[in-house]
Structure formats: structure tokens, C-alpha cells
Write a protein of this length. Structure first.
Length: 141
């Protein structure tokens, strides 16, 4: 088991978006290295999501992480993630959470928390709180 106990799955309609989001997190939070898997785009390179790809990404992470947080971009990405959680082996599903956090802000919150070894509940809470932090910042303007 790696020192990082939580990995992150990025579910997006666009592979480019998911890869750019991961790159942003890795560049902004350089002191840590969090396992991230993407389940993004369709096999033919088009836009879309695939529940099977989400399942595979979660399974890869559960081989090396105690927990997995799934972040989805929108709409059918969320539906694909929900379907994937239903398709998972129940023992793996228990170690996996789907976050309602905004894609980028949630990723940054989760990445930082996972990188310092926080548990799945704490990582999920950090991701979910990212929207409130942004609201507070905008409201202060």
C-alpha cells in the first residue's frame, strides 16, 4: 500500500479536460504525488463517458489505495459514475465515494488532502468544501 491512502478517478466527457485537470493539480500541488486515473472520453476519441471505463479506473486504484474518490464533470458523467459504482464488487464499492464537488476545485481539494495521507471521508469532505471556499471568495469581492 502506498503512503497515499486515497486515489482519485476523474470522469469527464473529454479526455483532454481530464488530463488538463490532472496536470493542473500536479503542477499546483507539487509536494505530493496522488494516484489519479481518468475515465474520460470515448474509445474512438469522441466526447462521452463510459461506466465500464470508470469501473476499470476504480479497480486499478483499489489495488494500491485504501479508498477512491470519484469526481465527475457533469450530467451523464455523473450518471456513468453512479452506474459504475453499482457495477463494482460490493467490497470495492464500500471503499469508493462519488463526490458532488465542482470538477476542478474539488480535484484540487481532494488532491491536497489525499496527498498528505487523509482518509477517504476527509478527502471527500475537502473536495465537497471546495465549492463553498469559492463562493466565499467571490462573495468577498
Amino acid at each position: 500500500m502506498s503512503p497515499v491512502s486515497v486515489g482519485i478517478v476523474l470522469v469527464s466527457h473529454s479526455r483532454a479536460l481530464a488530463e488538463a485537470a490532472e496536470d493542473l493539480a500536479r503542477r499546483l500541488i507539487v509536494a505530493v504525488d496522488v494516484p489519479v486515473e481518468t475515465a474520460a472520453g470515448l474509445a474512438d476519441g469522441g466526447l462521452g463517458t463510459d461506466p465500464g471505463a470508470v469501473v476499470e479506473a476504480v479497480e486499478r486504484l483499489t489495488e494500491r489505495c485504501e479508498g477512491v474518490l470519484v469526481l465527475a464533470d457533469l450530467g451523464s458523467g455523473i450518471m456513468s459514475a453512479e452506474m459504475a459504482l453499482e457495477m463494482l464488487d460490493p467490497a470495492l464499492a464500500e471503499r469508493t465515494r462519488l463526490s458532488a464537488a465542482p470538477f476542478i476545485e474539488g480535484l484540487l481539494g481532494a488532491y491536497g488532502a489525499a496527498g498528505i495521507g487523509k482518509d477517504l471521508q476527509t478527502v471527500a469532505t475537502e473536495a465537497d468544501g471546495a465549492a463553498e471556499a469559492k463562493r466565499s471568495q467571490v462573495a468577498a469581492f
